[in-house]
Design a protein around this ligand. Structure first.
Ligand code: ASP
Ligand code: MG
Length: 533
């Protein structure tokens, strides 16, 4: 049985200091790799259905209205995700949006993800190649037909054909060798972004805005060699600054998101959704005034709009809140992407490319919290809870240091921790379990503790004004009481902005809807109806 235990900040900080173990607070400071595991789904941009019917591209986006820059020449990064670039129509729209910005005096550097779901398609084509079949047709059709519809130049189409040929050869190689290493997989998925920047630069040129496509490495992006999950190398900042500094200010650079080169010049990727990170790295290196992340929602929302129909956009959050939201399941930004913005103190704005006049969410270092109780609710499913109870009467420090030493040995990091003298409860996400170290971890812990694993849990996080945490918790507990939802763990204080509740997965949706009703829609927890059994 779980007991509710409140974890105090002091405890976590002390623990982190004593054992050098990377718990929650360090995630925001250090580029901890496990953070990249956040996105459960493969693509973050899937909310808007694509328009497939014939459209007149000459009229698309001609009515876009945007606000002029706040300073005369405003340097920006504008990053567009896959769904913003899903087909010729969307690309035309985004290109017109960029043109409007340029006309008004913005000086943007463009970062593009792969078109639509190309990254997923490339990943499956790798698996097919392993199984003996080489398919490039769907990828060829998507890119060449978009380029043709857009009326791009022969040289742009030739550059796409060249990449498609290279892609086909790579897939043939995978088929014959019968092996798909992480390094090859990174080379494989890189084609998506490499084609999309060529198409975007071509479209801008055609519209009369001079633009040039860059593969991230030619713009100076260097990474570590962890294929599939590489970290940005420090020298990227000076490299990018030097490349873009020398570049003609009248030409718009269009750079691939998500990919880079390691020190040996091999292609790497930054983890799914990594274009957000490219955007803030380039923004920090080029010292822009604002990084704009263009998505298909009106910004960061008070809850997942697919679950809570009444979710509303949040106009402002801090870097810390955005990172915490991303880490705890909001599929809006890559969790590591706040780090370059923090280091250079560059504002990040999340905007909707389907609704450019919406103000979006502004992310900065500080904001006025005086009228805020809860900013947003997010959740992370697929969690396991582990209860570890000492079988020996070791003192607290001996017991805890043993437990965490084992987690460190097994390279497993945890999300939420709660402890007493002789017991610890903690949560592990799917990515940690996929490392395959859990049986070894449990057997090591089993030598001095009773260990129980609870499956199908989820973490519901309230990004809150911690100065009013008593109010937040009292409402949250009342909600759980009214709905008969047992709270299995509660953590407040590990982060300065997050109150996390662990419940069984089956209660997740009901709890989030009720919490949203109480914190954002004026519902009283006392008036909630208990579920009919
Ligand atoms: N295209 C890559 C992905 O789908 C990177 C990105 O979209 O940011 O994960
Ligand atoms: Mg993508």
């Amino acid at each position: 049985m779980f007991v509710i235990r409140i974890l105090l900040c002091v405890f976590l900080v002390a623990l982190t200091a004593c054992y050098g173990f990377k718990l929650l607070p360090s995630r925001r400071i250090l580029p901890v790799k496990s953070c990249r595991s956040l996105r459960m789904g493969s693509s973050t941009e899937s909310l808007v259905p694509l328009n497939t019917g014939p459209v007149d591209l000459t009229t698309v986006g001609t009515d876009i209205e945007i606000l002029p820059p706040s300073i005369q020449q405003m340097k920006t990064v504008m990053k567009f995700g896959g769904s913003s670039l899903a087909n010729a129509e969307r690309i035309t729209y985004v290109a017109r949006l960029i043109c409007k910005h340029v006309e008004l005096g913005y000086r943007p550097v463009i970062i593009c993800s792969a078109m639509g779901k190309t990254t997923n398609t490339l990943l499956s084509s790798g698996d097919f190649a392993l199984g003996g079949q080489v398919f490039v047709d769907s990828i060829r059709t998507m890119h060449i037909s978009a380029a043709t519809q857009l009326g791009l130049s022969e040289s742009t189409i030739a550059s796409l054909e060249e990449l498609l040929l290279e892609l086909e050869r790579l897939l043939e190689g995978i088929k014959y060798i019968g092996e798909l290493t992480p390094r090859t997989r990174d080379a494989l998925v890189s084609f998506g972004e490499r084609m999309s920047v060529r198409i975007m630069a071509g479209t801008l040129n055609k519209m009369g805005v001079p633009a040039q496509a860059f593969d991230a490495w030619t713009a100076g992006v260097r990474t570590s060699s962890e294929f599939g999950n590489a970290e940005i190398s420090e020298d990227s900042y000076s490299n990018v600054k030097a490349v873009l500094g020398k570049f003609d200010g009248n030409i718009v650079p269009v750079v691939t998101g998500f990919i880079g080169h390691d020190a040996k010049g091999r292609i790497t990727t930054l983890g799914r959704g990594g274009s957000d990170l490219t955007a803030t790295v380039i923004g920090a290196a080029a010292n822009v005034d604002e990084v704009q992340v263009w998505k298909d929602v009106d910004g960061i929302m008070t809850a997942d709009p697919r679950l809570v129909k009444t979710a509303q956009p949040v106009s402002a959050v801090t870097y810390e809140e955005a990172a915490e939201l991303a880490y705890f399941g909001a599929e809006v930004l890559h969790p590591i992407s706040m780090q370059p913005a923090i280091r250079s103190n560059i504002p990040v704005r999340v905007k909707n490319s389907y609704n450019p006049s919406a103000i979006g969410t502004l992310i900065t270092s500080k904001r006025d919290l005086s009228n805020t109780l809860v900013t947003a609710i997010t959740s992370k499913g697929g969690i396991e809870c582990i209860d570890i109870i000492s079988t020996r009467m070791l003192g607290q420090s001996g017991f805890l240091s043993n437990v965490f030493a084992i987690f460190e040995e097994c390279q497993i990091s945890v999300d939420v921790v709660a402890s007493s003298d002789v017991s610890v409860s903690l949560t592990l996400d799917k990515k940690q379990r996929e490392k395959g170290e859990i049986p070894q971890l449990l057997s090591k812990l089993g030598k001095f503790a009773d260990v129980t694993v609870y499956e199908d849990r989820c973490i519901v996080s309230l990004i809150s004004n911690i100065d009013r945490s008593a109010e937040v918790m009292s409402t949250a507990f009342k909600v759980m009481q009214m709905l008969s939802i047992p709270c299995e763990m509660l953590s407040q204080g590990a982060s300065k902005v997050n109150i996390s509740i662990v419940v069984q997965m089956k209660f997740k949706d009901m709890l989030i809807k009720a919490l949203h009703a109480c914190f954002f829609e004026g519902e009283k927890a006392e008036d909630l109806k208990p579920p009919s059994v």
